[in-house]
Design a protein around this ligand. Structure first.
Ligand SMILES: [Zn+2]
Length: 80
């Protein structure tokens, strides 16, 4: 038989569910951020004609369906 004091019992009854809920909350937040990051990486804005389009391929420079120019994904790091 496991002997617990009342404080230890209450710690297990209250503390363990809080830790489990917190753990799943952190995991859900990480999954949500990964999904948002993936969705943002699929949206490409053409730097020539301004056409906004979704490209699901892993190609680094997808072609714009409007003008045919290749565009880099994400924010431009070029100066000027
Ligand atoms: Zn374009």
């Amino acid at each position: 038989m496991i002997e617990l004091t009342m404080e230890e019992f209450m710690l297990w009854v209250i503390g363990v569910p809080i830790l489990v809920i917190g753990f799943y909350g952190i995991i859900a937040g990480l999954k949500r951020r990964a999904a948002i990051r993936t969705a943002q990486s699929q949206i490409v804005c053409c730097r020539v004609c301004g056409h906004l389009y979704r490209d699901r391929s892993r190609e680094r420079s997808p072609q714009c369906p409007g003008c045919g120019r290749a565009n880099h994904r994400g924010e431009s790091r070029r100066l000027g």
